[in-house]
Design a protein around this ligand. Sequence first.
Ligand code: PMP
Length: 359
Amino acid sequence: MDERLTQALARIRPDVRATKAYPVQSSTGLIKLDTMENPFRLPAELQAELGRRLGQVAINRYPAERTRELAAALATHAGMPEGCAITLGNGSDEIITMLSMAVSQPGAVILSPLPSFVMYEISARYQGLRFVGVPLTADFELDEAAMLAAMAEHQPALIYLASPNNPTANLWDEAVIERIVAAAPGLVVMDEAYQPFAERNAMGLLQRHPHVLVMRTMSKFGLAGVRIGYLIGRAALVAEIDKLRPPFNVGVLNAEAGLFALEHAQVYEAQARVLREQREWLQVELKKLTGVQAYPSQGNMILARVADAAACFERMKARGVLVKNVSAMHPMLANCLRLTVGTPEENQAMLAALKESLQ
Ligand code: PMP
């Protein structure tokens, strides 16, 4: 290798060089049920109207008013409580980075239950922070005693509670969450990425506890490609985190598309309703299969344990269906597949492929 290039590479942090990039599976030609996207497009006439709106956006200017309007519209949509403020991210992934930066001091710890969303740990490590993962119980509930003990020992600056959790898809016991939040020595982020599919949300918790922040995303709503995440919390707290937001992080086209989606929120809400019904239908169908253990879900995905997840994943793929094999993420997920809920037709195809792939 060119010597100058070798020298340049040597300047990159060893821990960064030792990690693999976040994997994005190729899905060309496959039924894509691996990343919890909303499978529905906008109706054609709305898609055309959006195109016209985007066509008029002044892309020569940096984002300004429309981004503020988007933030205000999201605050209204989410029912932001009095005394709170909102900040936006380029997806909630970026907000996770901002949060890690905000608490990044020597010795600071970020804590979350495990298995949970991988970016909490990755982002903590990239800020040079210590990450403490507390295993869930065997049925993927919060282990209250273990959480309280770990919090007392490590005094985490920040705790993430994904609600519903990814990849397990369940919603943790509300009373346990309340007690963990009450005992938390720092910030608690309720990650509500899957809120459109869940039967409760954390706005009440936020009102009761000033150290709670609620993080949401438009991704699962139907705008995964647009990249808009948001964070709501006490105005004083959000103001500090907002300082770490890269200026102009939500582009003018994204802001316009986000506003357009909120103006047509009822379309997305109807789609989410179909996905919730499809999830329940899939649960019933999965229970009929021998050799599949499907876990309860409040998201737009179902975690399912099979005898041999690696083989099953490959066979399903060969039959044209892409799901996510999450087995390697955590020992508790051994032989687990995460099945995103798709359109009725996609779900039928997924189920047929799964049935044929079990042995
Ligand atoms: N939080 C959770 C729990 C997730 O599962 C995901 C993505 N799958 C995200 C946050 C990030 O979503 P986005 O960056 O698309 O907003």
